[in-house]
Design a protein around this ligand. Structure first.
Ligand code: FE
Ligand code: FE
Ligand code: ZN
Length: 303
């Protein structure tokens, strides 16, 4: 089982990410190279990379399973503002460069939102931009994330994802990241995951599937909302998520939790706790923990 979570990338950059992942008992992780909601980025400190790689080796984290996530404000779909569009393209070029410096094979990208232009044009803009970003020399592949279809978000259907992939010149550098919450909210019945996976294979091809974001959903099927819930505490449910994680055909694919922190919506911001250590235990044991929130609170409250 290749299982981890989203972790932060702070003062110690990727070394901090590795330490955080290890504290959760994870054997992979996903990070942003800075704050996910902005594009302020520091250059990569190669000494920290070196230390991080040796710590990973020591703890059997394969760098090939580690995922980067592009900031979600980057939008390759809309070209109404030339400056913004070009900024997004250049930013992602540099982001790929940063991944290559660290040795990261995959970067997950939200395809984009059309906001005010026709869908077809928006999809073509994404293709145009990606063909500027991905070159034959690229060592990092871009993974298109399947989206919930909130607002004018693109990539909420497999057909749209396929349309983008078909337009990419260097197809060995493009892939797909499934997000279980997004699939549910987009209207895919993942309770019958074998059928979904067959459809995916027939339309896109399983070889493109490189990462899975495992999240429960706060909203019902087909709601187009995108609010993640803790594993087993949403409308998808523990059994379905467990079946996906343990699926025979997905064994070699990294699974990343992006579930909400406990107490996130409370007023006391000093008391928000990451759920990942306990969600990972629950998943590995294959048994739902109906006391998850309390276990997390009492574990972290000690220090
Ligand atoms: Fe995402
Ligand atoms: Fe996701
Ligand atoms: Zn989401």
């Amino acid at each position: 089982m290749i299982l981890g979570s989203h972790v932060s990338f702070g003062k110690e950059q990727i070394l901090g990410s590795v330490k955080e992942a290890l504290s959760y008992g994870a054997n992979t992780f996903m990070f942003y190279t800075g704050a996910p909601q902005n594009t302020v980025r520091k250059s990569i400190d190669m000494n920290l990379v070196k230390e991080a790689l040796s710590l990973m080796q020591e703890h059997n984290i394969d760098v090939n399973n580690v995922i980067c996530h592009a900031p979600y404000i980057v939008n390759l779909a809309n070209d109404l503002d030339d400056t913004k569009y070009n900024f997004s393209i250049n930013f992602l070029k540099n982001e790929l460069q940063r991944c290559e410096e660290i040795g990261i094979k995959y970067i997950v990208l939200h395809p984009g939102s059309s906001v005010g232009i026709p869908k077809e044009k928006a999809l073509d803009n994404i293709i145009f931009a990606l063909n500027k970003i991905i070159t034959p020399a690229s060592k990092t592949s871009v993974l298109l994330e399947t989206m919930a279809g909130k607002g004018t978000e693109l990539g909420s259907t497999l057909e749209e994802i396929k349309y983008i992939i078909d337009g990419i010149e260097n197809q060995d550098k493009i892939g797909v990241c499934l997000d279980t919450c997004h699939l549910n909210d987009a209207g895919y019945n993942i309770a019958d995951f074998d059928t979904f996976l067959n459809d995916f294979d027939n339309l896109i091809g399983l070889k493109y599937l490189k990462c899975i974001h495992v999240n429960d959903s706060k909203n019902v099927y087909n709601s187009h909302k995108d609010r993640h819930a803790n594993i087993g505490y949403g409308t998808i449910g523990f059994e379905t998520l467990l079946k996906i994680i343990n699926h025979e055909k997905l064994k070699s694919i990294p699974k990343i939790l992006e579930t909400p922190f406990i107490g996130e919506h409370d007023d006391d911001k000093d008391r928000i706790y990451p759920p990942y250590k306990f969600e990972i235990i629950m998943i590995k044991e294959g048994k739902f923990n109906n006391n998850l929130m309390n276990d997390i609170r009492s574990f972290y409250k000690k220090d």
